[in-house]
Design a protein around this ligand. Structure first.
Ligand code: SIN
Length: 190
């Protein structure tokens, strides 16, 4: 599969036929960089997925020659991924498909809000079949790669610290994200 997912994601537009709004679950940059209009947003979580810095970024936080690392979701039974849900109009997906084009596909998911209610919506996930997928590495090595990477959307380290800060603001603890952030801080001290 090519890393560019725009055409495949567009095929999902037919799911929106007749819908005035759609819930979108964000767990990475979509938490801290909402550069799209939304009707409302609410903290939410999805089940059986865990957040990992296992996706390469050649277009936003790295380059073709020196990719950065950004988050994707990995299936894990019983895991809970905390993030932010946005209610958006279907038109917004044109912009989102372009922003998430380096390997992310739209998947249908249930999301649970903090009041215990739930809704069906979409989430962008970069699966291991995509060409930009990097896969596991130690949290220290991930921090080293992040410290060394930058791309058109800015420094990779800012993606990490913005995500960690946004999770803290939500009152959520993500051991993987926070461990990589700690390694980054140590690397930057030396
Ligand atoms: C997301 O934030 O939901 C997708 C991954 C990213 O854009 O960082």
């Amino acid at each position: 599969m090519s890393a560019d997912t725009i055409a495949t994601n567009k095929l999902m537009d037919k799911l929106f036929n007749g819908r005035r709004s759609v819930w979108l679950f964000g767990y990475g940059s979509l938490i801290f960089k909402a550069d799209f209009p939304f009707v409302e947003r609410r903290p939410a979580s999805i089940m059986n997925w865990t957040r990992r810095f296992w996706q390469g970024s050649h277009d936003h936080r790295g380059t073709e020659k020196s990719p950065g690392r950004v988050v994707t979701l990995i299936p894990r039974a019983g895991a809970i991924c905390e993030g932010m849900a946005y209610l958006v109009t279907p038109q917004v997906f044109g912009h989102l498909d372009h922003r998430e084009k380096n390997g992310y596909l739209r998947f249908v998911t249930d999301m649970i809000f903090e009041d215990g209610s739930s809704a069906e919506g979409l989430v962008y996930i970069a699966t291991k079949e995509n060409a930009a997928y990097l896969g596991p590495a130690s949290e220290l090595d991930i921090a080293r790669q992040i410290a060394a990477s930058a791309g058109p959307s800015g420094r990779n380290r800012d993606y990490l610290t913005d995500l960690a800060g946004a999770l803290r603001d939500l009152g959520k603890h993500d051991p993987h994200v926070f461990a990589i952030e700690r390694h980054l801080m140590e690397l930057e001290e030396h």
